[in-house]
Design a protein around this ligand. Structure first.
Ligand SMILES: NC(=O)c1ccc[n+]([C@@H]2O[C@H](COP(=O)([O-])OP(=O)(O)OC[C@H]3O[C@@H](n4cnc5c(N)ncnc54)[C@H](OP(=O)(O)O)[C@@H]3O)[C@@H](O)[C@H]2O)c1
Length: 239
């Protein structure tokens, strides 16, 4: 199997660290970024570490860039073996849900759900041909007094559903594709204003945690895996 992965939002934060970990494991890393200079800077940084890194422009808010990224992959990287849907925005994490405008919700959903789904769907033929894997980087969506960012949680609930539902579709149709999610837990990045604290990990720690699961040799189809390695159960015994 070719070792080639496309990671969205890989110019910084957790995505860049997953790229680093996979690159050090001999993978070619396609660095998805919406801004060319930020994308190329990350590629240069990874190359300086001896990693085979390539910049691919993609802005999940702009469908035409999703299609052009897919064209580049189909023509130049048709041996792609893994897609990591990492790019995301949180929206306003403090504002109560009832104060969100539809436009604000749409922006978060467009990036974290619709753009991400569009990319995933368009890459399915390539991934299916290569017995590929899809990893969605996600968060827990259960109720919590400490963590209740409305738009972010709403979008990741949809992403978690996409993960489980497509996994069922793939296995029922005997498609040779695996889809799963990892929730790395609180990590100090731009997404949360670089929040620190005892319960927070660094981006390199999150990248290593994710890579360890990617490389554990297991089939994780349908699983939404927490940072402690446990598979989340969102069914609450209802089904
Ligand atoms: N940080 C945490 O505590 C935490 C915890 C659990 C899960 N996660 C998940 O981990 C993933 C990475 O987050 P992070 O913490 O590393 O955040 P980050 O440092 O803010 O990185 C987010 C990445 O997504 C990119 N991005 C944003 N909007 C985009 C768009 N429209 N098109 C393409 N790329 C776009 C950003 O690009 P720009 O540089 O151009 O903005 C950046 O590369 C996310 O899915 C997040 O939900 C994070």
């Amino acid at each position: 199997m070719a070792k080639k992965v496309f990671i969205t939002g890989a110019n910084k934060g957790i995505g860049k660290q997953v790229a680093y970990q996979m690159g050090k494991n001999g993978w070619t890393v396609l660095i998805g970024a919406r801004d060319e200079s930020r994308g190329l800077a990350a590629v240069d940084e990874l190359k300086a570490e001896g990693i085979d890194a390539v910049y691919v422009n993609i802005d999940l808010q702009h469908p035409e860039t999703i299609s052009s990224a897919v064209s580049v992959i189909k023509s130049q990287h048709s041996d792609l073996a893994m897609l990591i849907n990492n790019a995301a925005i949180p929206g306003d994490m403090r504002k109560p849900g009832y104060e969100f405008t539809l436009d604000e919700l749409r922006e978060v959903m467009e990036t974290n759900v619709f753009g991400t789904f569009d990319l995933t769907q368009q890459l399915l033929p390539v991934l299916e041909k290569n017995n590929g894997r899809i990893l969605n980087v996600s968060i827990p969506i259960g109720m919590s007094d400490f963590f209740n960012p409305f738009a972010y949680k709403m979008s990741k609930a949809a992403l978690n559903t996409i993960t489980q539902s497509l996994a069922q579709n793939f296995s029922q149709a005997a498609k040779p594709i695996e889809i799963f999610a990892i929730m790395p837990g609180g990590t100090t990045t731009d997404l949360n204003g670089n929040m620190t604290g005892d319960f927070m990990k660094t981006a390199p720690e999150a990248g290593k945690l994710i890579a360890d699961i990617i490389f554990d040799g297991q089939n994780h189809n349908s699983e939404i895996i927490n940072f402690n390695g446990k598979v989340a159960d969102y069914n609450n015994g209802l089904f």
